[in-house]
Ligand binder design. Sequence first.
Ligand SMILES: [Zn+2]
Length: 219
Amino acid sequence: MFINIHTHNPEYAANVIEIVQHSFPNTIQPSVLHSVGVHPWDSEHLTPETCVEFLQNAVQNTKARFIGECGLDRAFSLPIHLQMPVFEASMHFAQSNNYPLIIHCVRAYSDMLHLFKKHHITVPIIFHDFRGNSFQLQQLSVFQSFFSFGTSLFSSQKVQHIFREIPFSRIFLETDTAHISIHAMYQQAAYIKNISIETLKTQIVANFECCISNKITRK
Ligand SMILES: [Zn+2]
């Protein structure tokens, strides 16, 4: 079984479990496994209260398994202090309802670290499209963190390098917005890690179960 931890373009293939992204303000498809969240680029449209309201409605009677992608983006025009309240509300919602988080983080790892400590985050945290360095990896690994990789595994030597460093027990793969099959991502990842696709599949299924084991009894 392949796991695609973050996609906006589901394949709906029989041998793929995929977490389809539903972001504010889009409507929810209740029948597919998904993550639901407010992207930092949209955070200016919400207050912490309306964010929680959106999340609460979105997880009710659906197959929402993750909260996200949510986070902080220092490359975006909205100042970070205006992104923070909605992100903090999202983190708090995930922690108090025991949902793993899917994180969008651009040049804001130290802000994240601060907030994870402040909010005593213990739920799994998945950094989607991780592009951090060794030092950030080390610091973030204090939490129950996972690191997900997409098409930059084909194009960026820096990302390939950090991917080699990350223990198997902490990795995920994703297609995000790219029109590529998750199978192609596994091929590239297995090549870089110098292991078989089968071994990689087994490990990522274990990581996935670790993340959602406390969620699977929900509808
Ligand atoms: Zn995305």
